[in-house]
Design a protein around this ligand. Structure first.
Ligand code: GUN
Length: 284
């Protein structure tokens, strides 16, 4: 058996066209253009690429964007002052600080400084709390994108065994909450989990978000499972690969996301969706 491929590029393209239409309608009827402000501190090459892609996606969808870049040794107070200015600027609907921040930053304090109404990443403690309570204001973009991909399978997830490998604030933890909201039975595995394969082999839905190339092998996957690969790893030869051994696992799984072209394009799509939502919520 070969798995169905969940094509993130195709879904992202479809959704971004719809978002562009909605943004154009908002501008035409209300005079409001959704605007995202992105803050990048330091020169991490991967972060530079992500930020460039986020700004380009805004432009392509007819959203406005503002980009603020700082040297790695900038005083945190400078960044906090910029966030305060963006919080107060009614033209700005979404604010995103690219992570990770340099070590001399208190990342929690920076995220806490963003107005919860403009926190399109959904990382502010108030928004995390709302998600925990099942009343999300903004759903974090990567797990939000994964839920859209799962919906594409048309499968009923109620009662399904969902296993997440990775417990980050950005992916693993919000992913667990969203799958719980869909009535899955959720297990979160991590670096201290004993016998990881015993857990993953039970999974009807397996989400890998670890950052270790090809760590999920075919023997770790239940036949017919939905396998979602959130990992983006660069190999020595320069090629990108996920946390899942795609070529082997696609022979076992029922559904699988490729890397690249799977979850990645969906993350930025959901950032646009959250920015549009933030803009719509400012309407009287
Ligand atoms: N770094 C890795 N993923 C993300 C994300 O979704 N948002 C932000 N702000 N930084 C990230």
């Amino acid at each position: 058996m070969t798995a169905h491929i969940l094509d993130g590029n195709a879904l992202a393209q479809r959704m971004r066209a719809e978002l562009a239409e909605k943004a154009a309608a908002l501008a035409a009827t209300q005079g409001v253009t959704p605007c995202l402000a992105v803050i990048l501190v330091g020169e991490d090459p991967a972060s530079q690429v992500y930020v460039r892609n986020k700004v380009a996606a805004c432009e392509k969808a007819g959203f406005a964007s503002l980009k603020f870049t700082y040297a790695a040794d900038v005083e945190p107070a400078v960044v906090l002052a910029q966030i305060a200015a963006l919080n107060a600027d009614p033209r700005v609907h979404g604010i995103l600080v690219q992570l990770p921040l340099p070590r001399h930053f208190d990342a929690e304090a920076v995220l806490a400084a963003i107005s919860p109404e403009k926190d399109v990443d959904g990382f502010h403690a108030e928004n995390v709390g709302a998600l925990v309570q099942g009343q999300p204001r903004f759903i974090p973009c990567t797990p939000f994108g994964v839920m859209k991909m799962l919906a594409e399978t048309g499968l009923d997830l109620r009662g399904a065994e969902a296993v997440i490998v990775g417990r980050s604030n950005i992916v693993g933890k919000p992913m667990a909450l969203l799958l719980l909201q869909q009535d899955c039975t959720v297990t979160v595995c991590h670096s201290r989990t004993r016998d990881l394969a015993a857990h993953t082999r039970r999974a009807d839905v397996l989400v890998a978000a670890v950052g270790k190339p090809k760590m999920i092998t075919a023997e770790m996957v239940k036949p017919g499972a939905i396998v979602i690969d959130v990992g983006i790893n660069r190999l020595a030869d320069g090629k990108l690969c996920g946390d899942v051994d795609f070529d082997a696992v696609k022979e076992v799984a029922g559904w699988i996301t490729p890397v690249p072209g799977g979850v990645g394009p969906m993350t930025i799509t959901m950032l646009l969706a959250n920015t549009l939502l933030a803009a719509e919520r400012t309407l009287p």
